[in-house]
Write a protein that binds this ligand. Structure first.
Ligand code: NAD
Length: 420
């Protein structure tokens, strides 16, 4: 696929822009343009009706120069090699930007999780993670939740992996995945971490622009883990959510949604469809809703030139990975609407995943207060570092994020060299 909007192609072009600003040897740039390993596994699973269905699973390992591969597992009907290559390389930039001792990876299975039963979901997960075998591990490649997966899926994944290693190694195997339930070695604060990180970035932006968040309006696309937590946490700062959208449609409520009620509804029904006390609107009307902040928190390539032209907001904070196309970026820049890019805005998830991994290695349990404090410090310091890069190199925020990340990777390569 060589479509200009293919996520992999887009991420490569962001890297190319940053490489022009950073002192990086050509061969390092070339290495980082491609993932190191691309694993594809076709595996059969017995479905509830007794028939067997073949699934296609992926794990793309982009870079491990800074530490073990790290990145989510996505269950979605559109999961593809190109998309996951793009998402895996985004993880390399994100982990490097945040100064985490991880590389980048991403994986998933191409199917619609909403259309299978819970027991089928468990069998699909266990069979896939078993098939991955030693391609993952707490010191090698550490998956986490992403679109269509959650803490329950991670608990099955961890349990499956633990049952494949010898009894004596079992306890050390807990860190094979992050985003687990707290009862199974997860950390407090991981579920909301990505949304919390988005909110810290919005707060940083607001403070720098003397923009009082109290009384402001949010529109959010995607009301899953990232979208719902971002909306709820912004709600605590006085921002009301006036329009939401998910795979089933879009809703408008000028008075502001009650985030907790909406979240409970989505947990029970699987989508926002049919939620009372709201007006149904079209996707086009959603993008044209008068508001202050837009958080895309669904999938990639959602904000093209048309959507960017329609938006009536002051700020876009990318909760999702790759939601803005290059055309969308260009239009937003022309209109003077700043974008806090995905690699920075949604990095709270992997940052708290790192805290979970450290706790697993040390057999420790941290409090929510400790996790929250460290996350806020990490997000704010990184935001500051990106702003400095922006000012000194006269570039946009996205290029600055890639630039900071690339500098760190280039130093590691310069000191280690290339084997043999
Ligand atoms: P999720 O599965 O919990 O939620 C996804 C949401 O997107 C759902 O509300 C779904 O209905 C909606 N959606 C799906 N297709 C859509 C469409 N065509 N139009 C509109 N809405 C649609 O997933 P999540 O974990 O919240 O992830 C959302 C985004 O955030 C993804 O891009 C993911 O890669 C990124 N992200 C997630 C995390 C994390 O910790 N979960 C971390 C960093 C980045």
């Amino acid at each position: 696929m060589n479509d200009v909007n293919s996520l992999f192609h887009v991420v490569q072009s962001h890297l190319d822009l940053a490489a022009a600003l950073v002192d990086v040897p050509e061969h390092i740039h070339t290495i980082l343009r491609q993932p190191k390993n691309e694993i594809i596994i076709n595996f059969p699973v017995r479905m509830d009706d007794g028939r067997y269905r073949l699934f296609k699973g992926y794990r793309i390992q982009h870079s491990n120069i800074l530490g073990p591969y790290k990145g989510g597992m996505r269950y979605h009907e559109l999961a593809s090699l190109d998309e996951l290559k793009g998402l895996a390389s985004l993880m390399t930039w994100k982990c490097s930007l945040l100064g985490l001792p991880f590389g980048g990876a991403k994986g998933g299975i191409k199917f619609t999780p909403r259309e299978v039963s819970i027991s089928e979901l468990e069998r699909i997960t266990r069979r896939f993670f078993h098939a991955l075998g030693s391609n993952i591990g707490p010191d090698y490649d550490i998956p986490a939740p992403d679109v269509g997966t959650n803490d329950q899926v991670m608990a099955w994944a961890m349990d499956t992996y633990m049952n494949t290693v010898g009894t004596v190694s079992r306890q050390n195997a807990m860190g094979v995945v992050t985003g687990k339930p707290v009862s199974c070695g997860g950390t407090p604060g991981r579920t909301k971490a990505t949304g919390q990180g988005v909110v810290h970035c919005i707060e940083e932006w607001a403070e720098r622009h003397h923009f009082d968040l109290q009384g402001k309006k949010l529109i959010v696309q995607g009301y899953g883990n990232v979208g719902s937590h971002t909306a709820a946490l912004l709600g605590q700062l006085g921002v009301s959510t006036v329009a939401v959208g998910d795979h089933a449609g879009y809703l408008y409520n000028p008075e502001g949604f009650n985030e907790h009620r909406l979240l409970n509804y989505v947990r029970q029904r699987g989508s926002i469809a049919g939620y009372p006390n709201a007006e149904q609107i079209t996707r086009d009307e959603f993008f044209a809703t008068e508001a202050d902040i837009f958080v895309p928190a669904a999938l990639e390539n959602q904000v093209g030139a048309k959507e960017a032209t329609a938006l009536k907001v002051r700020l876009v904070a990318e909760g999702a990975n790759g939601p803005t196309t290059p055309d969308g970026d260009r239009v937003l820049a022309e209109r003077g609407i700043p974008v806090i890019p995905d690699v920075l805005a949604n990095a709270g998830g992997v940052t708290v995943s790192y805290y979970e991994w450290v706790q697993n290695r040390r057999s420790e349990k941290w409090t929510i207060q400790e996790v929250d404090r460290l996350l806020e410090q990490a997000m704010r310091q990184t935001y500051q570092r990106v702003m400095e890069f922006c000012v000194t190199r006269r570039c946009d925020l996205r290029t600055a994020c890639y630039g900071v990340a690339l500098e760190r990777l280039a130093h590691a390569y310069a000191e280690r060299g290339i084997f043999p």
